[in-house]
Write a protein that binds this ligand. Sequence first.
Ligand code: C5P
Length: 234
Amino acid sequence: DFQLPLAGRTVTISAGGTREPLDPVRFLGNRSSGKQGVALAVAARNAGATVRLLAAHMDVPPPAGVEVVPVETALQLREAALAAAADSDVVIMSAAVADFRPAAVSDTKIKKRDDREDPVITLVRNPDILHELVDLRNSAAPGRRQQLIVGFAAETGDSDGDVLAHARAKLQRKGCDLLVVNHVGTDKVFGQDTNSVVILARSGSEPQEASGTKTEVSAAIISRISAELNSVSP
Ligand code: C5P
């Protein structure tokens, strides 16, 4: 019998970069293009999953055949992610979430004024959504603890060894099941069509490398996820 590996599964994927408003026309943002998250959504859809894409700002359009939930800020993404997680078999946090947001959002455009000091932007911490998703999953009834949670980590470092050490610590801290690690420089990854990653598992199995186009990398990530899901009883 032919069956797609994620048939009957619901996969929630966050993608793109959050934007944190300063005033009605300005925001703090990041360089995430959304390409990796969109490629994951395509791969999950092609593997037979029902896909929900929580889309922060993206430079690329969302794919056909997936449900799209548009979000702007980290707090909006948090709401959407916690709601979507309730009935998801898999949650993949590939969005670049702002760690901080402006403490206050001005109702009107911030203006230059010669009679006043230059403005200072105070930032406050955003919640760690990935961490909250893990806590939520871990506090669920025993029968509902099978949810697989996948994080991404963009790490800078002088060597691959350095990067892996940081990533292992992050995996422990966040408590997710899989962590997809990118070794980044400013010229790498963001907006590019290719990527090179290492997939770390909390279960401690060997790190798995995947590289190529974001489509190829996504296929590898999705097949790893399928393998993890199908290795535990459904
Ligand atoms: O700690 P760091 O930002 O490197 O972790 C990256 C991972 O955590 C990504 O999966 C990202 O989507 C997620 N994240 C989150 N909430 C935040 C910051 C990051 O879920 N506030």
